[in-house]
Design a protein around this ligand. Structure first.
Ligand SMILES: Nc1nc2c(c(=O)[nH]1)N[C@H]1C(S)=C(S)[C@@H](COP(=O)(O)OP(=O)(O)OC[C@H]3O[C@@H](n4cnc5c(N)ncnc54)[C@H](O)[C@@H]3O)O[C@H]1N2
Ligand code: MOO
Length: 488
């Protein structure tokens, strides 16, 4: 779908409301502003910048160092958007399974789901009052309750029944007059007077949809509202694509699974972070291991075939303990993406393994690993769950949901759809390299969290989204955003 065919869907409001809410939730969780936590101090730096105070010199020096480091590394690898597209095109949706509606939120329909009945199923009173036939006043013949005994006789002109919202309207009735717009004369043998308005207050059988009509297409994300709609249409279960199973292999002799690391050790961030991301993207981490730096062990763990996707953290670079690429070569893997022209996260890898499984290699630096997961793991899992997003389409208009097409609300979209807003900040760029920077929401624009570093998650933890900045972006111009909040 081309950018020009996408329509604005009023996302400005939706986005800022969502971001404001997530900002409030975040403040609630971490305490009041300037509470001294890493997250709050990062968000506070943003607020200081917004008020026009200059960034501390130390921070500026840090950013310059980052740029110098970036320029020193030669630019190589697949362009960022192309890498996302390759990952999304690589895999096919997994086969369908049937799940109960109550367990279906977050899954994606494997086939179109049709209504098992007319909606509404019968002529239904939309107000509490009187169902009347012909012109008034009307004699009251009786009472019909929602879920009560049906009124089986035809209502003749000049007669009515008292009726409750949700009850079946008797044949012959033209309208329901709400209690508030009617008067009852008990002396005159219970007659009702009132005006039939242009609104009949009757929901006619089948006016929403008919038995067999499609309710949702294949590839639709099952939001709570969609699950409710399917229940209205008589469904108890729904066919969805099976969840991709992910084996997470965390490499590194220095990595420990729990507690406070000693000197030379580091606490594993990928277990908690990737498990949550995979769940948000419709998969599940079924196996999580920390491996010492040993090529034979890595090869053996890659070949154990009990998951569709293997995510490996660390070992992605050029060090003597970085065994991933030689091991992939040895076991006959085919590399689809070998490094991405982005910062951070460039040493990432996508490969197909023998046996039809997929490998995503995430750099060990925690923020670089998050960026790599957003780049390769997100679209790969999206493809396997049958999600129809094009996760990195061409740039789109400000304030629109990049991939959504409001002209067809039946189209399915995942929550991780790109958004696009003006980005305010000072980010050094180099030609041919995409930068992914943490940003916080500020009304109808976003502000860069300063000082984000590949080894630190403080910036991303303070952020509402990652902004995707291409060479040529300048402060105030729009960029695509990948939400970090509201994923679950
Ligand atoms: N000579 C070069 N060195 C490096 C390059 C390069 O191009 N040439 N790239 C740098 C970049 S950029 C990154 S990113 C890292 C990627 O390194 P690896 O993927 O090989 O990962 P490690 O070396 O094992 O670890 C890097 C860093 O991250 C810490 N780490 C690792 N695993 C975890 C974990 N589970 N939880 C928390 N932290 C983790 C590790 O202790 C290191 O500090 O390579 C650069 N070097
Ligand atoms: O790009 Mo590394 O992936 O900077 O941390």
């Amino acid at each position: 779908m081309g950018a020009e065919t996408r329509s604005s869907v009023g996302a400005e409001t939706g986005l800022s409301v969502g971001f404001e809410r997530s900002t409030r939730v975040l403040s609630h969780v971490v305490g009041p502003p300037c509470a001294g936590t890493l997250v709050e101090s990062a968000r506070h730096s943003v607020a200081r910048g917004r008020l026009g105070r200059s960034r501390p010199a130390r921070r500026q020096r840090r950013m310059d160092v980052t740029l110098a480091e970036m320029s020193a590394n030669h630019v190589s690898g697949t362009p960022w958007r192309e890498a996302v597209a390759i990952a999304h095109a690589a895999a096919a949706p997994l086969p369908a399974e049937i799940v109960a509606l109550r367990d279906a939120t977050g899954r994606v329909t494997a086939v179109p789901v049709t209504a098992r009945m007319d909606l509404p199923g019968f002529d239904t009173a939309a107000m509490d009052g009187y169902a009347v036939a012909g012109p008034g006043p009307w004699n009251i013949d009786g009472r019909v309750m929602a879920g009560g005994e049906a009124w089986t006789t035809h209502l003749v002109r000049g007669h009515c029944v008292e009726i409750m919202t949700g009850a079946a309207v008797p044949a012959g009735a033209d309208a329901v007059i709400p209690y508030e717009q009617s008067t009852v004369d008990e002396a005159a043998h219970l007659t009702v007077s009132g005006q039939v308005s242009t609104r009949t207050h009757i929901r006619r059988a089948g006016e929403d949809s008919r038995l067999g009509d499609p309710l949702v297409p294949a590839g639709r994300l099952l939001t709570p509202a969609v699950c409710g709609l399917l229940a209205q249409g008589g469904a108890d279960t729904v066919p969805v694509h099976r969840r991709p199973r992910v084996r997470l292999l965390v490499t590194g002799d220095e990595v420990i699974a729990a507690g406070v690391p000693g000197t030379g050790e580091v606490r594993d961030v990928f277990g908690p972070m990737i498990t949550a991301l995979v769940a948000a993207w419709g998969g599940s981490v079924t196996d999580h291991r920390i491996l010492r730096d040993d090529p034979a062990l890595l090869a053996e763990s890659l070949l154990a075939a009990d998951a569709e996707v293997i995510a490996v953290s660390g070992s992605s670079s050029a060090g003597r303990a970085d065994h991933l690429r030689p091991v992939l070569d040895k076991i006959g893997a085919r590399l689809l993406v070998d490094q991405v022209a982005c910062r951070p996260g460039h040493p990432q890898v996508l490969a197909s393994l023998p046996g039809g499984r997929w490998l995503v290699g995430l750099p060990g630096n925690p923020f670089a690993g998050l960026v790599a997961a957003m780049t390769l793991l997100r679209p790969l899992l999206g493809a396997m769950t049958g999600s129809p997003i094009e996760p990195a389409g061409p740039p789109t208009r400000p304030g629109t949901i990049s991939q959504a097409d409001a002209s067809d609300p039946a189209e399915g979209r995942r929550g991780s759809t790109l958004l696009r807003l003006p980005v305010i900040g000072d980010v050094p760029l180099i030609p041919g390299v995409t930068r992914l920077v943490p940003v916080v929401a500020d009304g109808d624009r976003v502000i860069v969290v300063p000082g984000a570093r590949p080894a630190s998650l403080a910036g991303a933890a303070a952020a509402d989204a990652l902004a995707i900045l291409e060479y040529g972006w300048t402060t105030g111009t729009p960029a695509d955003l990948l939400p970090l909040t509201g994923l679950l």
